[in-house]
Design a binder for this molecule. Structure first.
Ligand code: ATP
Ligand code: MG
Length: 458
């Protein structure tokens, strides 16, 4: 489909000439006065309009043209209107540019010059439109700062909306860097406790000996160094939300106390004798397999069920259809603005590399790589090289390649073990001798470890 161009001029001869010169590249629409111009504009929505300021009935003044310009821009603020004016009317043209026209040309018009200006105008219009669309997508796919238009993330947003209005404990599961903390914050902000505190504690970052008093607080003199009474995080989060990050790392002895708090909303400070009533909602997160930890005796099953009343599972980035590109663009925009490199874009090879990579570090890795690349970028476009993605022979190999590599490994090992004798190697591999022969032929394996051509096992 050709891009649409509207030509507005009262002179029929000029209109016809321009159409003749431009219709190979553009779908051209013509209008001879303001009313026809606005109607054509409304119906066709041309990206670019050529507008003569002197239109009937006021052929000598710019009023009709100026009015048409402002009406067009109010219908479509991104429309590119190029003013055409007669000799000696430059003041009017400049005034029109001041009012939002994209550029101006003076009669007589050179077709070649016009073509160049039009080409650039359509290019700019296209960029602006792409950008606006992207912004609209980002906006539509944003939930409390979390970006995601994939079906998987939309599901997550919908779960957050539902659980936010309750007080039930939530367990957020997801690989490292998938946005667990952001989800916890979103749950807090969307709920009735949003004006209360949001207190986060990373259970793996605090030494075991301090964790209990961090969580529950302590009385003065409870232990060496406890010079004054101190509230714990559970108490500080009262009326709001406590985010227990890396919950899988909590020692068993503290798990018991946590369970009691969750059951009764009551705590005791370390070294304290009196029970304190709290009103704290808990959101916990982990990237370890808690079910496995339960089996291995490192995590209490009863605590697990208390915490996991509702589970929100965050998919890894590689499973969020379409989100990688969106996130990359958004991180690029933010960082480019921050480092004064506005207008920096992703090159096509960078887009391809981003989509092909597996992102083991998820959103955090993407954010960091883009941030670094923006700092390093020397051109207007980020290249795949700027992103420094590790090559991923492992990740990008096909199922067939993977299967062949493991087959080769096992066949060679079995043959080596049995000095190249087919029969015992086949038994060891659990396949028939003909199958083993076929495999060896397919993988071009010779009988390893065999020196004697007359193998007795054949
Ligand atoms: N959907 C998203 N949209 C925008 N930014 C995101 C999104 N998810 C994560 N981020 C960003 O990625 C980074 C990691 O997020 P966050 O700390 O919430 O992840 P996490 O799962 O808690 O990671 P970890 O397991 O390493 O603690 C943050 O800088 C966050 O702003
Ligand atoms: Mg985290």
């Amino acid at each position: 489909m050709k891009p649409k161009l509207l030509i507005v001029d009262d002179d029929e001869e000029i209109r016809t000439q321009m159409r003749w010169g431009l219709e190979a590249e553009y779908e051209v629409f013509l209008a001879g006065d303001r009313v026809a111009a606005l109607q054509g504009f409304k119906e066709q929505r041309p990206q670019v309009t050529l507008l003569d300021l002197g239109l009937p009935p006021a052929l000598t003044g710019p009023e009709q043209g100026m009015a048409a310009l402002s009406e067009m821009l109010s219908m479509d603020s991104l429309a590119k209107v190029i003013i055409i004016s007669g000799q000696g009317e430059k003041t009017n043209s400049l005034q029109a540019v001041g009012a939002g026209a994209y550029d101006f040309l003076t009669k007589p018009i050179q077709l070649e010059e016009l073509k160049i200006i039009l080409k650039r105008a359509f290019h700019v219009a296209g960029l602006e439109r792409d950008y606006r669309e992207l912004q609209a997508r980002v906006h539509a796919g944003t939930f409390e700062g979390l970006l995601g238009t994939s079906a998987r993330m939309q599901q997550v947003f919908s779960s957050i909306r539902k659980v936010a209005t309750t007080d039930a404990p939530v367990l957020v599961l997801g690989e490292s860097g998938t946005g667990k903390e952001m989800v916890a914050l979103a749950i807090h902000r969307r709920g009735a406790r949003k004006d209360g505190p949001f207190v986060a504690i990373n259970c793996s970052a605090i030494p075991e000996t301090l964790l209990e008093s961090e969580l529950f607080g302590h009385e003065k003199g409870a232990f060496t160094g406890a010079h004054a009474q101190r509230k714990g995080r559970i108490e500080s989060a009262s009326g709001g939300t406590l985010f227990l990050d890396e919950i899988g790392e909590i020692p068993l002895q503290i798990q018991v106390k946590l369970l009691r708090f969750l059951q009764e909303q009551r705590i005791e400070r370390v070294g304290g004798r009196q029970e304190i009533q709290v009103d704290t909602r808990v959101v916990a997160a982990t990237n370890v397999d808690l079910k496995k930890a339960i089996i291995e005796g490192r995590f209490r099953e009863d605590l697990y069920y208390r915490l996991a009343v509702v589970v929100v599972a965050l998919p890894p980035l590689r499973e969020r259809e379409g989100d990688v590109g969106l996130l990359a663009q958004e991180f690029l925009r933010r960082n480019a603005v921050a480092s004064g490199k506005e207008g920096l874009t992703l090159g096509t090879d960078a887009v391809r590399a981003i989509n092909a990579y597996g992102w083991p570090g998820n959103v955090r890795e993407l954010e960091n790589r883009v941030k670094r690349a923006v700092i390093m970028a020397e051109r207007k476009r980020l290249t795949a090289e700027d992103l420094e993605l590790p090559s991923e022979a492992q990740e990008t190999r096909t199922l067939k390649e993977a299967r062949e590599s493991i087959e080769r490994e096992m066949v060679e090992k079995a043959l080596r073990k049995h000095a190249g004798r087919i029969a015992p190697a086949a038994i060891e591999l659990g396949i028939s001798r003909p199958t083993l022969y076929e495999l060896m032929e397919k993988l071009s394996i010779t009988k390893l470890g065999r020196t004697d051509p007359g193998d007795p096992a054949l």
